[in-house]
Design a protein around this ligand. Structure first.
Ligand SMILES: O=C(O)CCC(=O)C(=O)O
Length: 237
């Protein structure tokens, strides 16, 4: 299936300049853009099936919380998620939202595309990403819990705002933290390098699946060896 066919282009016309401007202004104001129903509902079953199958080969990372992660190099050539990630049409659309003329896929053979699958009791601690932008695609929600909590643009290249960051990690400053609605089929664009985020503990017997598509403003960027080891249990061969 062509990647474009997965997307509800009636609701989200990818080439519409008025839509680009609207989403761009939301991103400028809020540093996060949430696009509910980005994936056509009839294709969600196939995407969840793919996630379920891939989860079987995931690495269980237990360093900053607990999460099962499938690395980019584990997605087969026929994967729908890989097809979506490698399709320029999506990258260009994301670039329009971000106001970036040129965007690059993350050059990290493990981190460029991930599937994150979380089961009862799993959670993901507060962290920043090592790439500029992450696009999350919500595939399946847990019965309860599994909230994506985000303190948008809490630090910048000039100011690490460490006291506030530490306070949020200690459960303070809840007014700076927003829960983003990640219903299945939602695409969310945010800048994980500057936004502190976490996933609250999963409750219930339904697995939470999210695909994470990473982009950067510079070519050839990668995460460091330490992150690779903790997140994937290995470094690329
Ligand atoms: O699962 C999510 O919604 C976010 C995951 C995340 O931030 C990560 O894996 O680094």
């Amino acid at each position: 299936m062509k990647p474009e066919a997965l997307i509800d282009t009636d609701r989200w016309p990818l080439h519409d300049t008025a839509l680009h401007e609207q989403l761009r202004s939301i991103f400028c104001a809020e540093n996060v853009v949430v696009l509910p129903g980005f994936i056509r509902e009839q294709h969600m079953v196939a995407l969840v099936r793919e996630a379920q199958e891939l989860m079987a080969i995931s690495y269980r990372s237990e360093v900053n919380g607990k999460v099962n992660v499938v690395a980019y190099d584990q997605f087969p050539a026929h994967s729908l998620l890989r097809g979506l990630y490698e399709w320029d049409g999506l990258m260009n659309f994301v670039g329009k939202i971000l106001g970036e003329k040129t965007l690059y896929r993350y050059a990290d053979s493990l981190g460029a595309l991930n599937l994150s699958s979380m089961v009862d009791g799993d959670d993901l601690g507060w962290h920043f990403d090592q790439t500029d932008f992450v696009v999350s695609l919500a595939l399946q929600s847990s019965t309860s819990g599994g909230e994506f909590r985000n303190a948008a643009r809490i630090r910048s290249a000039d100011d690490d705002n460490s006291e506030v960051v530490q306070a949020i990690c200690n459960g303070e400053h809840s007014h700076l933290v927003r829960v983003e609605p990640m219903t299945p089929g939602t695409l969310m664009v945010f800048n994980g390098r500057w936004s502190l985020h976490q996933v609250s503990p999963i409750r219930g017997d339904v697995t939470r699946h999210v695909a994470l598509l990473a982009y950067d403003t510079k070519p050839e960027t990668e995460s460091n060896q330490e992150l690779k080891l903790t997140r994937y249990g290995r470094t690329p061969v």
